[in-house]
Design a protein around this ligand. Structure first.
Ligand SMILES: Nc1nc2c(ncn2[C@@H]2O[C@H](COP(=O)(O)OP(=O)(O)OP(=O)(O)O)[C@@H](O)[C@H]2O)c(=O)[nH]1
Ligand SMILES: [Mg+2]
Length: 450
């Protein structure tokens, strides 16, 4: 990650940058992207690319020829040429698709670097796109969010930003319009402020406020779609926690034996519930033990329970009470081994708890529905936006609220100051100042090649 602005000078330079666009590893095809002034000619010359036509946006197969570390490498690549400004970066750009051998990709990239290109920093292609007006910051942020999304629902929530972006921009322009009107009226007192003006401004600003408020709810509650949720399976030893864990993930990850105290380490797996990534944890059975290794497992289990969004506390249907259950802000008691006889005491005390058999799978579907209900609170129209965007929208909403409050008391001068603030905060979404900060906040987390 870049830390200092001297490195940043590279980012806003016109260097020719190069980077692989596909993940390292063997694959059918691998991509390399080259961008910058004269990058088309540079690529053609340095790789001795045998391109027959230099027409933009057409794919063609071309031979390349390089001599690197005394090896002569000749192969074919699919080449796509993009001419500025019609490219992802807004600059001249070339994309090469070669055989998916990581060694070949690395060699080609290194070779181009030896010929004068520079390895791109993470997110630099997208940053150039932003600086060249190909996209705005919200679009750029959604690029990395799409790549990071772990479920299809998360991808939809990211892509929803495209329409929201348009609407937000419209609101930003409206704020600017009203700000101009208020400023004009304040600067030319001969144009007296009428109640009609104030009422109209209030009306428009309240609608904008409501939209921002709704935006924040949709964004805030959707955090589970990106960060995911944690569900810890815990309980006394031998109640079937690991059997339940294996059953939910659909594989025999955790060791299951009839001996109490089998699980020691925390075992993790990611499952998807209602489109939300859920980290499921299997933990050591909680009991008093003299065994140091088991005790370490128990301590880890206790920490996992504390940090979990939901505690699934498993009880064996046939055991005698009392069973002490740890305090947790969100827990669900599950009666396992329902294929065996359920003790009267358990039946009576936990009449509302789901009864399942991790061994046969009975009751599992209902349990998962209950888990979703207890832990997933993501609106259908959820939005995935960065914390940065959420901060600016939230601050703008706050200033707008103050502005509305002042206007309703007819303190128009105070309202103007507040509206200016709201306008400035919204402007950070579309016309941000301070490229270095933005690079640090937004692009440095991208992968190289994007
Ligand atoms: N009949 C029946 N047996 C079960 C069920 N679930 C688990 N068992 C059995 O109970 C024993 C313990 O199962 P585990 O899944 O290892 O229990 P655990 O809670 O993970 O145990 P520890 O890791 O020792 O705390 C094994 O013999 C399982 O086959 C169930 O639903 N019905
Ligand atoms: Mg276990």
């Amino acid at each position: 990650m870049l830390g200092q602005s001297e490195n940043f000078a590279e980012i806003i330079s016109h260097d020719i940058i190069v980077a692989p666009t596909t993940a390292k590893g063997r694959s059918a095809i691998a991509g390399i992207r080259i961008s910058g002034l004269n990058s088309i000619e540079f690529t053609r010359r340095s790789l001795m690319l045998n391109i027959s036509c230099l027409e933009a946006n057409t794919a063609q197969v071309a031979k390349f020829n390089i001599e690197y570390n005394s090896h002569l490498i000749t192969d074919k690549a699919v080449v796509i040429i993009y001419r500025a400004p019609k490219s992802y970066t807004g600059e001249d750009m070339v994309e090469l698709f070669v055989h998916g051998n990581p060694l070949l990709v690395e060699t080609l990239v290194e070779f181009m670097i030896s010929k004068g290109a520079r390895l791109a920093h993470p997110g630099e292609f997208t940053m150039r796109g932003l600086l060249n007006g190909k996209m705005d910051l919200l679009d750029a942020e959604s690029v990395s969010a799409v790549i990071e999304a772990r479920t299809l629902r998360s991808i939809s929530a990211v892509k929803r930003i495209t329409s929201v972006n348009r609407e937000l921009k419209g609101l930003y322009e409206k704020i600017r319009g009203i700000l101009v009107e208020i400023t004009v009226v304040l600067e030319f007192p001969e144009d007296e402020i009428t109640h009609v003006d104030v009422k109209e401004w209030l009306n428009k600003l309240s609608k904008i406020y409501d939209y921002l408020d709704d935006f924040m709810c949709r964004a805030r509650n959707s955090q589970a779609l990106t960060t995911g949720l944690t569900v810890a399976i815990a309980g006394p030893p031998n109640v079937g926690k690991s059997t339940l864990f294996n059953r939910i993930i659909g594989s025999e990850r955790a060791i299951v034996t009839p001996h109490p105290g089998t699980t020691r380490d925390i075992i993790e797996a990611i499952v998807e519930l209602e489109g939300v990534p859920v980290k499921l944890l299997d933990t050591a059975g909680l009991r008093k033990s003299e065994h140091p290794i088991e005790n370490e497992g128990i301590m880890r289990a206790q920490t996992a329970i504390e940090n979990a969004d939901l505690l699934l506390w498993v009880i064996d249907s046939s055991v005698q009470l009392p069973v002490s259950i740890p305090k947790h802000q969100n827990s669900l008691i599950v009666i396992n081994k329902a294929d065996l006889e359920i003790s009267d005491e358990i039946l009576k005390k936990f009449s509302d708890s789901p009864k399942i058999s991790a061994l046969t799978g009975e009751g599992l579907q209902m349990l998962l529905e209950l888990v979703s209900h207890k832990v997933i609170n993501v609106p259908l129209d959820a939005l995935i936006v960065s914390i940065r965007t959420q901060n600016f929208v939230s601050k703008s909403k706050e200033s707008l609220e103050n502005c509305i409050d002042a206007l309703s008391k007819e303190y128009v001068d105070v309202a103007q100051v507040m509206l200016e603030k709201a306008d400035m905060q919204m402007s950070q979404l579309f016309e941000p100042v301070g490229c270095v900060d933005i690079y640090e906040e937004v692009f440095s987390r991208f992968c190289v090649g994007k």
